[in-house]
Design a protein around this ligand. Structure first.
Ligand code: ADP
Ligand code: MG
Length: 138
């Protein structure tokens, strides 16, 4: 199978901590991988490097995605190419509505104005789908 992602020799340090050292990951098309390790092993850090949360220049090593070396400067760069991270520690904003939370940072806007009709109808569709899948059996 074709290799779609390679992380090569990734090293990432924080002050006083080596979080990742010489980490390699290779993913072929169609594969599902689980990253397993104890707390503090570096799983989240590796995914943050992959997605640009820790931007190019803040780690060493290479990310090759779809045949090209990538230098993500932020999550927008990686998301544009289809690298989407669902973070374990979900940050919800309590003061915002469900629709506002779902589309936070990903709003549909026309000339800088958020289209709440779109946000609400998409949210309604998502909630409906979720409810139909999670209906308890009779
Ligand atoms: N923002 C940060 N600042 C300083 N140290 C961090 C930071 N994030 C992670 N670390 C350290 O890096 C190591 C790897 O952490 P992490 O990637 O969160 O591990 P895991 O997700 O596998 O539990 C740990 O020693 C952790 O304390
Ligand atoms: Mg983690």
């Amino acid at each position: 199978m074709e290799t779609i992602l390679e992380m090569r020799d990734i090293r990432k340090t924080f002050p006083g901590v080596v979080a990742l050292n010489k980490v390699n990951l290779r993913v072929r098309a169609g594969e599902i991988h689980a990253l397993v390790g104890e707390n503090g092993a570096g799983k989240s850090t590796l995914m943050k490097v992959l997605s640009g949360v820790y931007p190019d220049g803040s780690y060493s090593g290479a990310i090759v995605y779809q045949g090209q070396e990538r230098h993500f400067k932020g999550i927008h760069d990686s998301e544009q190419l289809g690298v989407i991270i669902i973070h374990q520690e979900l940050a919800l904003v309590p003061l915002l509505s469900i629709a506002e939370n779902i589309f936070l940072g990903n709003e549909t806007a026309t000339r800088g104005v958020i289209d709440w009709m779109v946000a609400h109808s998409k949210t309604q569709a998502l909630l409906k789908k979720w409810a139909s899948r999670n209906r308890p059996p009779h």
